[in-house]
Design a protein around this ligand. Structure first.
Ligand code: ZN
Ligand code: ZN
Length: 462
């Protein structure tokens, strides 16, 4: 019995771990490597195993850094089952098919350039159709039920509170009369976040794989985050401009709508027209609505008395391109939520073009902004932004309220691990090396154990 770390080892993306128990091979996640073009290219490489020999994939949640290479795995010969929470399957359909579509479009434009330069043409990583085909292999597993995947492998999912359907994976593995319990945190949620439950605490394990994305920092408390957002929105109204909010389509968009609903009067939102301008976000919001049974108890209670937490009297969902383009003519009083979350694509780029140069406009950055993205440039105080080759002056007020994060912080991670009795072996995955070193030291000084920081291709015997 062993586990090999084949992704998200000393980095955040590309989550993929191979478990071997007897003759059985299981993959925990099969995620996309994301980052600069050089990193992106690695997704085309062959897998460090034969996909046809993998018996099953266990998918922690729908984010592409955990699921994004699944269509490729199927294309290259995988024929087993992909076990995931039902909500993860619904979200994966939207995310993987969109990824396939973007791959095709990216390859199409790249090949136009290459043809003119006489270069060899490229193939998309996978197509939308290939993404659809991979969905046929998914099998739903709800929270808390114990499923025997094979005679020597039992699986149980627990709510990780990170995005809808996100799971902590509990595997009981048997080989030669020996049984080991492996827990994989997946991505752990930020306790106190709106809508979803807090990450489940577990107490028994022989080995724990834990994410470490924000292992070096503490998030701002929720109360002051909401206060700041409210202050920004109230004061923006007096300037008579628009507010743009670039937001990730899964999770952050729904949290924003939820909070707009909750603080509707306090933030004087009746003075605004609110637009959800993203076909993807509209789809994922309807998936969030479908799974209200897994929300946090108080939210479920509120739904009984006041209906869906995502409905607002002045909210319009703008699906079509024409509707979206019509928003360009609005000079004031609009709050526009659109993707992409880091402003590197999607409709938000058009809205930035029409609003960024205006002194009355506001941009509220509510998500993580990776290096070299337009969103990050705005956060770093750029005075110009180049969009489609055109330089746009940044006169809008850029607001960056912290605190909105879908990941547990250093204390959240430490507390989650501290609930395990007998301090099982701890392996840190899904984090940058500097962050992992800081978290490792914190856990060592607080709990007296030395975590292993997973290295690429490292094998740990169970
Ligand atoms: Zn995630
Ligand atoms: Zn992740």
């Amino acid at each position: 019995m062993n586990i090999t770390f084949l992704g998200a080892a000393q980095q955040v993306t590309g989550s993929c771990h191979l478990i071997q128990v007897g003759k059985r091979k299981l993959l925990l996640d099969c995620g996309l490597i994301q980052g600069d073009p050089e990193q992106d290219q690695k997704n085309h490489d062959s897998f460090p195993f034969d996909p046809a020999t993998i018996d099953a994939v266990i998918l922690s949640h729908a984010h592409l850094d955990h699921s994004g290479r699944i269509p490729l795995l199927v294309e290259r010969g995988f024929r087993g089952s992909i076990f995931a929470h039902p909500a993860t399957i619904d979200l994966s359909e939207v995310l993987l098919e969109d990824a396939g579509y973007l791959n095709e479009r990216g390859a199409f434009w790249e090949n136009k350039k290459r043809q003119r330069q006489g270069l060899e043409l490229i193939e998309p990583l996978y197509t939308q159709q290939q993404a659809s085909r991979s969905l046929e292999f998914f099998k739903p597993i709800p929270y808390a039920e114990i499923h025997s995947l094979f005679s020597d492998v039992n699986l149980q999912f627990h709510d990780a509170g990170h995005i809808l359907g996100s799971c902590i994976v509990e595997l009981t593995l048997s080989e030669n009369e020996r049984t080991k319990k492996l827990i994989f945190s997946g991505d752990l949620g930020h306790a106190g976040a709106p809508i979803l439950k807090n990450p489940t605490f577990l107490t028994d394990a022989d080995i724990v794989l834990m994410e470490s994305t924000y292992g070096d920092r503490l998030h701002r408390d929720w109360e002051s985050t909401w206060d700041e957002l409210g202050t920004i929105i109230r004061s923006a109204h007096s300037k008579r401009g628009n507010i743009l909010i670039p937001a990730f389509t899964v999770g952050r968009t729904q949290e924003l709508l939820f909070c707009f609903n909750k603080f509707f009067d306090d933030w004087q939102l009746n003075k605004w027209s609110i637009f959800l301008d993203s076909p993807m976000a509209i789809k994922t919001t309807s998936i969030y609505k479908k799974y209200s049974s897994i929300y946090e108890a108080s939210v479920r209670q509120d739904i009984k008395s006041s209906g869906s937490p995502f409905n607002l009297p002045n909210l319009r969902m703008t699906s079509s391109t024409e509707e979206s383009m019509a928003l360009n003519r609005i000079q004031s009083g609009a709050i526009i939520i659109a993707g992409s979350g880091m402003c590197s694509g999607g409709r938000i780029k058009h809205h930035l073009k029409y609003n960024l140069w205006r002194h009355q406009s506001h941009v509220i950055i509510v998500g993580f902004q990776a290096r070299n993205t337009p969103g990050r440039m705005l956060v770093d105080g750029a005075s110009w932004l180049t969009l489609w080759g055109e330089k746009i002056r940044v006169n809008a007020q850029i607001n960056t309220p912290g605190g909105l994060s879908a990941h547990a912080d250093q204390q959240g991670l430490t507390d989650w691990y501290a609930h395990f009795k007998n301090r099982p072996q701890l392996v840190l995955v899904h984090g940058e090396p500097e962050t992992q070193a800081i978290l490792s030291e914190k856990i060592n000084s607080e709990l007296g154990i030395e975590p292993i920081i997973a290295q690429y291709n490292q094998v740990i015997e169970l």
